[in-house]
Write a protein that binds this ligand. Structure first.
Ligand SMILES: Nc1ncnc2c1ncn2[C@@H]1O[C@H](COP(=O)(O)OP(=O)(O)OP(=O)(O)O)[C@@H](O)[C@H]1O
Length: 455
C-alpha cells in the first residue's frame, strides 16, 4: 500500500518504532479553504458598516489638526499639537478651588495621542506629591482611564499642573451621555422633549464596571476621590472608565485624610452618582427622599437596596466587596454580555482575516506591472515572465462579458488571488487582448513568475 501523503502508516502500528517513522507535517494550503461567497454576500468580506464608521470616526478625531489662533504652547515636555477638548469660551466650572482645562496632545516619543488635564495657577508645595501619580500609573484596569505621568509647567504663562492620561477618542462623560438636556425633536408634527431615562440594564452594567474599578483601587490601598458624572467617561457602547484619577491626590496632598476614610467617601460618591443617573439630575441628592422615590418608581427594589447601602453611614462592613455580594447574579448577566460582545467582534475580525494578506499581494503586483522606466528593456519586455503576469492581471481584473462590459466580480478576484497565493496546480487559460496569443499556465507557475519579477 502506498504511504499516505506526509504520514507513514507504520508509525501507528508499533510504538517502539515510532522514533524511526515520524509524522511529517505538510504545510497546509489553508488559503484555499477560503471558499468564495455568493456575489450577493460580498460585503461580508469586510467588517460591518456601523463598526467601520465608529472606528473611522475615532481615527478621524485623532487626526484632526488643531484650529489656528488658539495661542497654546507649541510643545510641553514631549507633547505637541495641543487641541482643547472643551470650548474655551463660555461658562467654566471649577475643579475644587481651581480652573482646569483638558487638551488632546501628541507625544513625540511614541507618536500616540494623550489627554493633558491642566490645573491653572497651581503651586506644587512638595515634589513627593507626584509619588501618588506613580502609584496610579501602576494601575491598569479596563474601567479606569490610565494615568501616565504628571508635571508642572510654565508653558501656559502661569504655573500649571498637568496630569497625562490615555486618550479615548470621541469619549463622552456620563453627564453628556445621559443627563445633559437634549434639544427637543420633531415627532408627529410637534416638538417633543427627548426621553433621557437610562435603561435599568445599562445602569447595572455601569454599576458593575464602576464598582469593579473602585475595587481595584481600594485593593491597592488607594481611593478614587472623584466619582462624578462629569468625570466618568463612556468610551464605546456602554463601556465606562473612571477619568481624572490621581488629580485630587496631588491637589490635596497636604490635607489628605486616611485612606480608609477616603474609601468610605468613594462609596458615598458612587451612590450619589447612581442616584443622579437614575433621576437624570446631578443635584438629585439635594432632596434625598424625593430622589429615592423617583428611583423606586422607575427601577427595581434591588437597585434601591444598592443605593441605600452605598449612602449608608460609614462602617467596617461597608466595603466595595460587600457591594458585589448585593449585586449577585447580575454579574453573570454582565459576563454574558461581555462574552457576546467579544464573539461579535471576533466574527467581525474573521471577515477581515484574508484582507491584509491580499493587500500585500496586490502591492507586489503594483510594484511589478506597468513600470514605465523598464518599458523598453528586454528583461521587462512584453514576453516571457512579465508577459504572463500582465495577462494574468487582465484575467483577474480586466475581463469583459459578451457585450464588452467589464466584469466586476469581487469573488472572482479573491478566488484568483487566493489560488495564486497558495500556488495551486490548477491551470488557467490566459488570452491576450488582441486574442492572438493564448497560454495555459498553472497558478504555481504564475506565482513563481511574480516572485522572480519582484526580486
Ligand atoms: N481621557 C479622555 N479621553 C477622551 N476624552 C476625554 C478624556 N478626558 C476628558 N475627555 C473629554 O474632555 C471633555 C472635557 O472634560 P471635563 O472633565 O472638563 O468635562 P466637563 O463635562 O467639561 O466637566 P467640568 O464641568 O468639570 O468642566 C469631555 O467632553 C470629555 O469627554
Amino acid at each position: 500500500m502506498p504511504p499516505m501523503a506526509g504520514f507513514d502508516i507504520m508509525s501507528t502500528m508499533d510504538p517502539y518504532f515510532s522514533s524511526q517513522f515520524t509524522f511529517v507535517r505538510q504545510p497546509l494550503e489553508y488559503h484555499l479553504y477560503t471558499q468564495p461567497r455568493p456575489e450577493s454576500l460580498e460585503h461580508k468580506y469586510f467588517i460591518t458598516d456601523s463598526i467601520r464608521e465608529e472606528l473611522q470616526k475615532r481615527s478621524e478625531t485623532i487626526r484632526t489638526a488643531p484650529p489656528a489662533g488658539l495661542n497654546l504652547p507649541e510643545e510641553i515636555q514631549e507633547y505637541h499639537s495641543l487641541v482643547p477638548l472643551e470650548p474655551l469660551a463660555g461658562e467654566r466650572h471649577k475643579f475644587g478651588n481651581w480652573y482646569s482645562a483638558v487638551y488632546r496632545a501628541t507625544n513625540s516619543r511614541d507618536g500616540a495621542t494623550y489627554v493633558l488635564r491642566r490645573v491653572e495657577n497651581f503651586r506644587l508645595m512638595q515634589q513627593s506629591a507626584f509619588s501618588t501619580i506613580e502609584a496610579w500609573s501602576r494601575i491598569r484596569h479596563p474601567n479606569i482611564v490610565s494615568v501616565r505621568e504628571a508635571f508642572t509647567t510654565r508653558a501656559f504663562g502661569d504655573s500649571s499642573l498637568v496630569v497625562v492620561y490615555d486618550y479615548h477618542p470621541n469619549a463622552q462623560t456620563l453627564f453628556e451621555a445621559h443627563i445633559k438636556a437634549r434639544a427637543p425633536v420633531m415627532q408627529n408634527g410637534r416638538l417633543q422633549a427627548q426621553q433621557n431615562r437610562i435603561l435599568e440594564r445599562t445602569l447595572w452594567s455601569y454599576i458593575i464596571q464602576i464598582g469593579n474599578a473602585i475595587k481595584a483601587v481600594h485593593d491597592a490601598g488607594m481611593a478614587v476621590s472623584i466619582i462624578d458624572a462629569t468625570k466618568v467617561l463612556v468610551t464605546g457602547k456602554n463601556r465606562v472608565r473612571l477619568g481624572s484619577c490621581g488629580l485630587v491626590d496631588v491637589l490635596c496632598y497636604e490635607t489628605r485624610a486616611e485612606s480608609m476614610l477616603l474609601q468610605q467617601e468613594d462609596l458615598g460618591m458612587f451612590g450619589r452618582l447612581i442616584l443622579a443617573l437614575a433621576c437624570n439630575n446631578v443635584t438629585a441628592m439635594n432632596n434625598f427622599p424625593k430622589a429615592i422615590e423617583t428611583l423606586a418608581r422607575h427601577y427595581s427594589a434591588d437597585l434601591k437596596t444598592v443605593v441605600l447601602f452605598l449612602m449608608s453611614k460609614p462602617s467596617p462592613n461597608k466595603t466595595i466587596g460587600h457591594l458585589f455580594e448585593l449585586i449577585g447574579s447580575r454579574l453573570l448577566t454582565e459576563m454574558d454580555e461581555m462574552q457576546n460582545a467579544v464573539d461579535r467582534l471576533e466574527g467581525e475580525l474573521m471577515s477581515e482575516l484574508e484582507n491584509a494578506r491580499l493587500v500585500r499581494l496586490l502591492c507586489k503586483f503594483g510594484f511589478i506591472n506597468e513600470r514605465p522606466e523598464f518599458a523598453r528593456e528586454p528583461r521587462w519586455s512584453e514576453t516571457g515572465d512579465k508577459y504572463i503576469i500582465k495577462l494574468f492581471r487582465d484575467y483577474v481584473f480586466h475581463q469583459v462579458d459578451e457585450h464588452g462590459n467589464p466584469v466586476v466580480n469581487l469573488s472572482h478576484v479573491l478566488t484568483c488571488l487566493n489560488k495564486l497565493d497558495a500556488g495551486a496546480d490548477e491551470r488557467i487559460m490566459l488570452i491576450s487582448r488582441d486574442e492572438q496569443n493564448c497560454l495555459v499556465v498553472s497558478y504555481k507557475e504564475i506565482k513563481s513568475c511574480i516572485d522572480s519579477a519582484f526580486r
